[in-house]
Design a protein around this ligand. Structure first.
Ligand code: GTP
Ligand code: MG
Length: 248
C-alpha cells in the first residue's frame, strides 16, 4: 500500500486539512467521521490529508482503508526521519486547496472553527488565522500549568523581541493561505513549525487574525510532545525571528 495507489482528487477543493499523525490508529476513524459530519453539514469543498510518519501501529492502514468510504480522504506515507514539522510541510507540498488547515490527530481541536477559518482566509483574505485559547479565560482553564508557563514566556519574548501581538503563537490548530505559507520557506522538523509560521508571517507583513476557541483533552493514544526534546527548536525559531527582524 502506498500513496501511489490513491487517485488524485477530481473536483477542485477550497480547503486542505492536514493531519500529521504518529501512532494515532485509535483516533483516526473517529476523527474522520467527525470531519465527514462537518463537511456534509456545511457543504465544504475539502480534502483531508493524513500524513503518517512510519507509525509503529496501524495508523496508515486505518487511513488507507477509510479512503474507500470517504472520497475526501488521502492517506499519505511520509518516509523517515519522523517529525511533526516535516509532516506538516509534506502535507503543504501535497495540498491542492486554497486554504490549509492543520489539525491534530488526537481529537483535541474544536473542528467547528474550520468554517470560521474559511471565512477569514478565503473570504476576508487573511494570510494566517490562529485558534486562540487565550482570548477568553474559560478557554485556557484546561491547559496544563507547565504548558501555560512555557507558552506565557514564549509569547512574552515574541512580543518583546519581535513585536508580535497575537496571544496564541504556538497552538498548531490554525489555517493559512497555502500559496502564502509555501512562500515562507518553512524549515522546521518538529513542533516549532507553528511559531515558525506565525513569526515569518508577521515579519513578512502577512495579515494574521485570531479566533477564540478551547482545546479538548486527548482520550486515547499517547502525547509525543516532550519540551526537553522540542525546546531547542522553539529557541532556534525565536532567535532566527529576532535576526530576521533586524534585516527587514
Ligand atoms: N507525522 C507525524 N505526526 C506527529 C509526530 N509527532 C506528533 N505527531 C502528531 O502531532 C499531533 C500532536 O501530537 P501530540 O503528541 O498530541 O502533541 P501535543 O498535542 O502538542 O501535546 P499534548 O498536549 O501533550 O497532547 C498528533 O496528531 C500526533 O500524532 C511525528 O513525528 N510525525
Ligand atoms: Mg495532543
Amino acid at each position: 500500500m502506498d500513496e501511489g495507489d490513491i487517485p488524485e482528487m477530481n473536483e477542485p477543493v477550497d480547503i486542505s486539512i492536514i493531519i500529521p499523525c504518529l501512532n494515532e490508529e485509535q483516533n483516526i476513524p473517529q476523527l474522520v467521521h467527525k470531519l465527514d459530519t462537518l463537511i456534509r453539514h456545511h457543504n465544504l469543498k475539502v480534502e483531508v490529508l493524513v500524513v503518517d510518519d512510519c507509525s509503529d501501529d496501524y495508523t496508515f492502514r486505518e487511513a488507507f482503508i477509510l479512503q474507500k468510504d470517504f472520497p475526501f480522504l488521502r492517506a499519505l506515507h511520509k518516509g523517515l526521519p519522523r517529525g511533526i514539522g516535516s509532516a506538516i510541510r509534506y502535507g503543504i507540498d501535497h495540498a491542492q486547496g486554497r486554504m490549509g488547515v492543520v489539525i491534530m490527530g488526537d481529537l483535541v481541536d474544536p473542528l467547528g472553527a474550520i468554517v470560521e477559518f474559511q471565512n477569514k482566509i478565503i473570504k476576508e483574505g487573511y494570510h494566517l488565522s490562529l485558534l486562540s485559547r487565550y482570548l477568553a479565560p474559560e478557554d485556557h482553564k484546561n491547559i496544563p500549568l507547565s504548558y501555560k508557563f512555557y507558552q506565557w514566556w514564549y509569547r512574552f519574548l515574541c512580543r518583546f523581541l519581535i513585536g508580535i501581538q497575537v496571544k496564541d503563537i504556538t497552538y498548531a490548530f490554525r489555517a493559512f493561505n497555502l500559496d502564502w505559507v509555501r512562500s515562507l520557506n518553512l524549515e522546521s522538523s518538529g513542533f516549532e513549525i507553528s511559531p515558525e509560521i506565525t513569526i515569518k508571517t508577521h515579519l513578512r507583513g502577512g495579515r494574521i487574525c485570531e479566533i477564540k476557541g478551547r482545546q479538548g483533552r486527548r482520550m486515547q493514544g499517547e502525547s509525543k510532545f516532550l519540551f526537553s526534546k522540542e525546546g531547542f527548536g522553539y529557541a532556534r525559531v525565536l532567535l532566527k525571528g529576532i535576526f530576521m527582524r533586524r534585516r527587514f
